[in-house]
Design a protein around this ligand. Structure first.
Ligand SMILES: C[S@@+](CC[C@H](N)C(=O)[O-])C[C@H]1O[C@@H](n2cnc3c(N)ncnc32)[C@H](O)[C@@H]1O
Length: 420
């Protein structure tokens, strides 16, 4: 999978002859930025703007504006590492300003726009080879917002959903620039695990032939018990916030039986470096949930948790005061040096949850682990040996082929572990 990535915040330039021009510097590379897209034939790119129109009744609608330069249409071709684009902005920009732009391949067949595109093997899967980038406009000088872009993915409607309802969308911010800071970018493991959960949870799709019944049962709270989900190494929060969104959509609106159901609770954790971005993403998610079902929504929060502390059973107050039915983590097993602390943290959380069960529903809590990883090197296998040595065994597993254009096939592996 490749991502369109802005390397610098977009800038606007005013010239007498051409009016306002948007200056973009981008690349198309893998999540780690270690390999650039190298297509067999050049790929045409589109630049789309979103403009908000307010009618005489004060109702606002988003209107798409095609900003793609028609002369010298932008293309990405093999051998490229960076592409600079000058995009003339339409003259009506003063009255109808562009609020966001999207840069994407012009050919819709290449696009990852929906979770079903990412899980290319699911029932109605497309082939999401390239993830577009979005950026809010105008860039706000002097604030962090200038250095942020976001990804946007359409989730499926629930099985009961009806086609007249608009599709739910998940937006997650990440930093502009190369993926140097691991905690401030989206990784394939998180993107795929989130898409898998959306597809099996909301659409009831089986992905790669597997419906993961135990995981589906946990998400649907089929035992009627409180559902507390803890994420380790959440990065920008795509998996935890995606799960929160899915759990919210699974809760029926204005239904007495639903109000009796305990609200699910999702707590994301990482090192302090991740905190600002994941909190901003929680805010983005919460402000997108404006319907009256708000009171039914899962609780979502963040707290720092370093595995160096977690391995000794040292947790912050939010982790400490709950038992955790499900721990999720994606792309956290690539560094063999941190694996022993990570696995010991998982086991310490299992013991802690068993001892805390009286707090959450009074039933003994058997913590399960959902681990997603895009294998990057063979030494990662050490994680599985450490898990087995600590008594963890695999209950469910699915291997999802990752859509990749003109390059060696890749995959994301998803495991559900429980303690023997
Ligand atoms: C490759 S990123 C994956 C981020 C996210 N899960 C995703 O899939 O997009 C690995 C994450 O693990 C976190 N991490 C690394 N060492 C850690 C530690 N000792 N304690 C807690 N988090 C850690 C990093 O800060 C980073 O956010």
């Amino acid at each position: 999978m490749h991502y369109v990535r802005l390397l610098r915040p977009p800038a606007t330039e005013q010239s007498r002859s051409h009016g306002q021009t948007l200056k973009l510097v981008l690349t198309i590379a893998t999540d780690l930025g270690d390999s650039y897209l190298s297509p067999l034939a050049p790929i045409e790119l589109s630049v789309l703007g979103a403009s908000t129109k307010v009618d005489e009744n004060g109702v606002s609608t988003t209107v798409p504006v095609n900003l793609t330069p028609q002369v010298g249409r932008p293309r990405w071709q093999a051998g490229m590492r960076v592409l600079k684009l000058d995009v003339p902005l339409p003259p009506q920009q003063q009255q109808q300003p562009i609020s966001a732009i999207q840069i994407r391949p012009a050919d819709g067949k290449l696009l990852a726009l929906r979770t079903a595109d990412v899980c290319a093997d699911c029932k109605d899967g497309g082939k999401g080879l390239i993830v577009p980038v979005y950026v809010d406009m105008p860039p706000q000088d002097g604030s962090d917002a200038r250095y942020l872009s976001f990804r946007s993915l359409r989730l499926p409607l629930t099985i009961e959903g009806n086609a007249s309802v608009s599709y739910p969308v998940l937006q997650v911010e990440e930093e502009i620039g190369e993926a140097r800071n691991l905690a401030r970018h989206i990784w394939d493991g998180g993107l795929v695990a989130m898409s898998l959960i959306a597809e099996i949870g909301l659409a009831g799709n089986s992905v790669s032939g597997s419906a993961l019944p135990i995981l589906s049962g946990i998400l649907r709270q089929s035992d009627g018990l409180p559902l507390n989900i803890l994420e380790l190494g959440c990065g920008v929060g795509i998996l935890g916030i995606g799960i929160t969104h899915v759990l919210g959509l699974l809760r029926p609106a204005d239904n007495d039986s639903a109000t009796d159901m305990p609200r699910p609770h999702v707590l994301m954790t990482d090192l302090p470096d991740a905190e600002e971005r994941v909190r901003a993403n929680i805010g983005r998610y919460l402000s997108s949930r404006t319907d009256e079902r708000q009171r039914q929504q899962p609780l979502v929060d963040y707290e720092n948790l370093d595995w160096g502390d977690g391995k000794n059973g040292t947790f912050g107050p939010n982790v400490h005061c709950h038992s955790w039915n499900l721990i999720v983590l994606s792309d956290c097993t690539y560094n063999v040096d941190t694996l022993p602390a990570l696995v010991k943290t998982l086991s310490a959380l299992h013991s802690h949850s068993a001892s805390q069960a009286h707090v959450d529903g009074g039933k003994s809590c058997d913590t399960k682990i959902l681990l997603a990883t895009k294998p990057r090197h063979s030494s990662e296998k050490a994680a599985w040996k450490l898990m087995a040595a600590d008594g963890w065994s695999v209950q469910e597993k699915v291997v999802l082929p990752l859509p990749v254009l003109h390059a060696e096939g890749q995959s994301v592996e998803v495991y559900l572990f429980s303690k023997v």
